[in-house]
Ligand binder design. Sequence first.
Ligand SMILES: Cc1cc2nc3c(=O)[nH]c(=O)nc-3n(C[C@H](O)[C@H](O)[C@H](O)COP(=O)(O)OP(=O)(O)OC[C@H]3O[C@@H](n4cnc5c(N)ncnc54)[C@H](O)[C@@H]3O)c2cc1C
Length: 384
Amino acid sequence: MLERGELANSWRHERWDSLTLLTPNWQSRLPGFGYDGPDPDGYMTAADVVELIGRFAVHARSPVRTGTEVRSVRHCDDGYRLATSQGEILSRTVVIATGACNRPVVPAFAEAVPQGLEQLTPFEYRNPSRLPDGGVLVVGASATGVQLAAELSQSGRPVVLSVGEHVRLPRTYRDRDVLWWMDASGVWDQRYDEVDDLTRARRLPSPQLVGTPERLTLDLNALTAMGVELVGRWAAVRDGRALFSGGLRNVFSLADLKMERLLDVFDEWARTDGGNPEVAAPERFEPTAVPQSARMELDLRSGEVQAILWATGFRPEYQWLDVPVFDAKGQLRHEGGAVDSPGLYALGLPVLRRRKSTFIHGIEDDAREVIDQLSGYLADAPLG
Ligand SMILES: Cc1cc2nc3c(=O)[nH]c(=O)nc-3n(C[C@H](O)[C@H](O)[C@H](O)COP(=O)(O)OP(=O)(O)OC[C@H]3O[C@@H](n4cnc5c(N)ncnc54)[C@H](O)[C@@H]3O)c2cc1C
């Protein structure tokens, strides 16, 4: 196992200070290594995750070589030739487990933002004191955006949140964590080959969730109540002005509708396959309130905002992979983790084999199945 940084590198260096997992502790499990602490319904900090992965590495006797960056992988007769910062390695098979979130995504028009405005990604943000005094424009209303908008607003700053397509979820439903429902009802186990529109499912943004002791729901209504101003999707910069799309009403209704449909799935499961578990009565939530008049533009030179925080998603990075296995969009071509090149496999990508594939608890089932395929490949293709 080659790791360019330290063990659990992303959790040490690529998370902000206040981050807690949005998945509850009982879901922070790794293969054969369940949560055994005192608070199964709580949420880990990034430091807790570092500690968890450290304990797992000892438990699993993982042969990790830290400080070993893979700089290129090329196909060769007997498999793959890896150039690393610690020398060359030949391997018959390679599993790409470099993560789905190596780089924050920032739209190209960020270059047209007037000089002098501070621009940060979630990799650079640590806490509100890192930003200049004054208002902040947070772009993106998925898990990262809603969490950072709330933190900045609670620190006393005016916050404008630019909202595009998003996934609304209540923290708890019928008195259980909503992720308990995802797990119990089988939604999270839905396989990649059962998903109607796989390309879309793989692009779905992360849900609007935060892990707090109060089990706070952090949807757009909660943010509005905190004083965060909602605007539409940021579409362009013209003459120093940020231009936002209209149609917030539609964007909100779509997210509300999808949430309702998911809650219907949970209710149906509880009534039938779930055998009426001991849970509270079904509930429904207020529609997302549409601002009376959402503004369509913001003058970036006016001083109203001093910083822009791009919470516009993350992407994997493969500039080290010199094997032609990419589609037109630069995504890895694979079938449930079997990459389109013999002996090459991937893990940890969105809906790789199941809806839960990119989450910590998602790795167990995926790894078992992908490694089965890898073993079969080695058995069928003995060394010549
Ligand atoms: C902000 C944020 C919040 C998240 N919150 C949750 C959550 O609440 N619950 C949850 O289950 N999941 C969460 N996730 C998803 C989370 O990242 C995954 O569950 C988990 O970390 C994925 O592990 P991984 O090993 O696949 O990828 P990573 O943790 O990204 O690990 C990949 C490793 O590969 C190394 N690497 C990359 N390129 C190279 C190279 N060329 N050579 C050598 N090493 C390399 C990196 O240094 C890194 O350590 C979150 C992700 C982000 C970005």
